[in-house]
Design a protein around this ligand. Structure first.
Ligand code: DLL
Length: 432
């Protein structure tokens, strides 16, 4: 089944014309149906007629997660509650949940976007797709589920947890594609290896997302399982999974610009940055009926490219996500992303990509401890070997991060594994 040919290969002119028409319609709709935005526009002296196309997008105000929380639960919905057929919510670490809603047409659009990503990953009606994202208020499970049904695949809706069952059904059913977070797939990979099942399964691809991961991690997963792994991106506020995904060339994630207009801004000045420059990703979803938002600040850091992709799709590409601006640690003035640690560890070998950063402040000085898991071949009884390895990791990390880290090498499989989004950082400084 080919989803993309027509929509995903439009010329830039066609994309912009479509975006403009959809933006104008959306702004009108929002002005008349969402009091929050109508008031905001009035305060800014803006009328719907001032937005004539995408060249006027920057006149619109930004939206943040706080705006959603302040309007909890349904204050930003643009349709009557009777038209909402589904809600999802993300709990977050602080404050109230962020609630998102969908009309029947929103669900159809969502399932088409996910279907596009799955199709890019070679998934079709002959595939058996194991969905090991959580089902429930999190958008991962149900979001990918509808997309997989849409391409006509056989869906195995396992949700997270119960690793043994995950492996048994994967083998017994002849699952060909797994969808889960990259960290959970690493965990499943270890378990498959332990049970000697890697050669017995029929898996050929994985569609992973919901958290940052590096190319090194993708290569590691592909090598150990003998599969191809694809990246899927999305966020609840804009849709859920399926806002963007990568193709077989893995040179960035094609973003579905016919539904979500992307902008990359400098998070400090809020001004747009040039293509290729990393900044904060902002989205205006122009076709959502239930929850259309103006210029939603995702806090995700990436760059955009409008260059031609060898796959032929013309939708812009977002570079692999570095992380979120709020995940960035500032240690003794140096910016550190957990994904830099992952990339460095995968490159050096002898250790697993499981790690935990523990940040503290002692005598007014930031300290960084990185707990790193040795791989199975490491002999902890050899004190000399332990010291040498620890020093080698410390040197590697200092070069990669530009900041000195104290490394604690721990035994294989001792760091906590995650079934959903991995927790890689404990920042004790926030406690002070
Ligand atoms: O994580 C939606 C999703 C589910 C995407 C399953 C992909 C697969 P939220 O829980 O709202 O929604 O979290 C959204 O997760 O702003 C990013 O920071 C991060 N994220 C999602 N996908 C990726 C990815 C889902 N492929 C937040 N790479 C986003 C890096 C990702 N970060």
């Amino acid at each position: 089944m080919i989803w993309n040919e027509t929509k995903e290969c439009m010329s830039r002119d066609q994309i912009q014309t479509l975006q403009s028409a959809r933006l104008v319609k959306m702004v009108n709709n929002v002005y008349h149906n969402v009091e929050f935005y109508r008031k905001k526009m009035q305060q800014m002296g803006l009328e719907p007629g001032d937005i004539q196309g995408i060249e006027d997008l920057s006149k619109l105000p930004y939206t943040t997660k706080d705006d959603l929380r302040d309007n909890y639960p349904f204050g930003l919905f643009a349709v009557p509650e009777s038209e909402i057929v589904r809600v999802h919510a993300s709990s977050g670490t602080t404050g109230k949940a962020t609630v998102v809603g969908y009309t029947r047409r929103d669900i159809e659009m969502w399932s088409e976007c996910v279907a596009r990503v799955l199709t890019m990953g070679g998934v079709g009606r002959n595939d058996k797709v194991q969905i090991s994202y959580g089902y429930g208020l999190f958008t991962g499970g149900l979001g990918v589920h509808y997309g997989a049904e849409n391409v006509g695949a056989m869906v195995v809706p396992l949700s997270t947890g119960n690793t043994k069952k995950q492996l048994t059904l994967m083998e017994d059913f002849g699952v060909t594609t797994i969808c889960c977070t990259p960290s959970y797939l690493m965990y499943l990979t270890e378990a498959l290896e332990e049970e000697g099942k890697v050669g017995k399964i029929k898996l050929k691809s994985a569609i992973c997302g919901a958290e940052p991961w590096t190319d090194g991690m993708r290569n590691e997963i592909e090598r150990r399982l003998g599969i191809t792994a694809y990246d899927i991106y999305g966020l609840s506020e804009i849709l859920g999974p399926g806002v963007a995904g990568d193709c077989e060339y893995h040179t960035g994630l094609h973003v579905y610009e016919d539904h979500f207009i992307p902008e990359i801004i400098d998070p400090k000045t809020l001004q747009p940055v040039a293509p290729g420059t990393v900044g904060e990703l902002v989205f205006t979803p122009v076709t959502k009926e239930a929850l259309p938002l103006f210029r939603y600040r995702t806090k995700d850091l990436t760059s955009i490219s409008y260059d031609k992709c060898p796959c032929g799709r013309t939708m812009a590409r977002l570079s692999r996500f570095q992380g979120r601006s709020d995940d960035m640690l500032i240690i003794r003035g140096v910016n550190v992303f957990p994904s830099q640690v992952e990339a460095a560890l995968l490159e050096m070998g002898g250790v697993t990509p499981n790690y935990l950063l523990v940040v503290d402040r002692i005598n007014n000085l930031d300290t960084l401890e990185v707990q790193v898991e040795a791989d199975d071949s490491f002999n902890f009884d050899e004190i000399r070997e332990l010291e040498n390895m620890t020093k080698r990791i410390e040197r590697t990390l200092e070069q990669a991060l530009g900041v000195v880290a104290h490394v604690k090498l721990v035994e294989p499989k001792t760091l906590a594994r995650s079934e959903g989004k991995a927790k890689r950082v404990i920042d004790n400084r926030k406690l002070y």
